[in-house]
Ligand binder design. Structure first.
Ligand code: XMP
Length: 327
């Protein structure tokens, strides 16, 4: 059996590439989770990203309703994400899922705040507060499930750690259950597939913790955030048709307006900026070449359907000097 108290990947753990290897890993983790948790209760913040989803699915297989998943909708998720979490985990897997609609709470706190790091801090702190409040409502919890993966341990001072703020308050000193902590991202995906999670979840592109909050540039307003969410769904659908799809592709709506013309009348509207990059480690990145057909399809769909947008731009800058996100 693997030693889960260590932070060094065991040599006995061969790379997980096939379904059979994933199934053997899943069986072993189920035994390990049962041994660690016994009849205790586990809490997990379930964002719907691949790491937390695979972690949740493993825990559900091992301990079923002893796990409570908390999905915090902070209003900065992509189109359809909260619905997918509810569909997969509550409806299909019959998990204990607490869905917290915290949209107003987050957006009220963020109103008028335009400094990116302050926005990140507010989102990070509010998330912890909401999660801690939910944790206190559930009696007898002593474990915290967490979708930590091996690169998180190896690069605890890397890009992700640099951006992520927070930690649980000390009164919630739960013992961690981290079933995927020895796996690399591609292995987590193989395990997720073997667990029956939908492709849209398993092959999701990286998405920052503060979500659309750092793509609705400057002070977030609800109407501009909605325009961003709708445009992002179109960008992801169209660029997602590329084979292979880029490493990360999304859009940004800057806090500025420019002139448009409709029915002979001039008006001010927002610009949507398309961004698609390839990278190995997010430290450097290259803009991905998009075809004219892809660009014009995105442009036409956005202009026809997203209220308030009258211009579409393509950001084809590399990192350095341009970071992947705009904030
Ligand atoms: P940048 O913009 O620094 O982004 O080139 C590098 C990678 O990190 C992601 N990113 C974040 N991830 N919280 C996260 O979890 C954040 O605050 C954050 N900011 C950027 C970004 O999407 C890219 O993949």
């Amino acid at each position: 059996m693997m030693d889960m108290t260590s932070n060094v990947r065991p040599e006995s753990l061969a790379r997980i590439e096939t379904e059979a290897q994933a199934n053997a890993f899943i069986d072993e983790q189920i035994e390990l989770i049962k041994a660690q948790v016994g009849d205790g209760k586990v809490l997990l913040a379930l964002s719907g990203g691949v790491d937390s989803s695979v972690c949740a699915a493993l825990l559900i297989k091992a301990i079923g309703k002893q796990l409570t998943c908390v999905h915090v909708n902070h209003g900065l998720l992509r189109k359809g994400e909260p619905e997918q979490v509810i569909e997969v985990f509550r409806n299909q897997m019959d998990a204990n899922l607490v869905y917290v609609d915290a949209v107003d709470r987050f957006l009220d706190k963020l109103a008028g705040v335009d400094d990116p790091e302050t926005k990140r801090k507010i989102i990070g702190k509010e998330f912890i507060d909401v999660f801690a409040e939910e944790a206190k409502k559930i009696e007898g919890v002593s474990f915290l499930g967490q979708g930590t993966i091996y690169p998180d341990i190896l690069e605890s001072d890397g890009v992700k750690a640099h951006h992520n703020v927070g930690g649980l308050p000390p009164e919630l000193n739960f013992e961690l259950v981290e079933p995927v902590k020895f796996l690399y991202k591609d292995e987590v995906r193989v395990v997720g597939k073997a667990l029956g999670l939908p492709d849209g979840m398993v092959y999701r592109q990286p998405f920052p913790g503060p979500g659309l909050g750092v793509r609705c540039v400057g002070a977030i307003t609800r109407d501009r955030l909605e325009a961003l969410r709708e445009a992002d769904a179109i960008v992801r659908e169209e660029i997602g048709k590329m084979n292979p799809a880029p490493w990360q592709y999304f859009c940004v709506v800057p806090d500025m307006k420019s002139t448009g013309i409709k029915d002979g009348k001039r008006y001010m509207g927002w610009a949507v900026v398309i961004r698609a990059v390839n990278t190995k480690d997010a430290v450097t990145a290259k803009a991905v070449e998009l075809s004219w057909e892809t660009l014009t399809t995105i442009r036409d769909r956005i202009i026809a359907t997203v209220p308030g947008v009258n211009r579409v731009l393509w950001d084809f800058s590399d990192k350095p000097v341009s970071t992947i996100e705009w904030e």
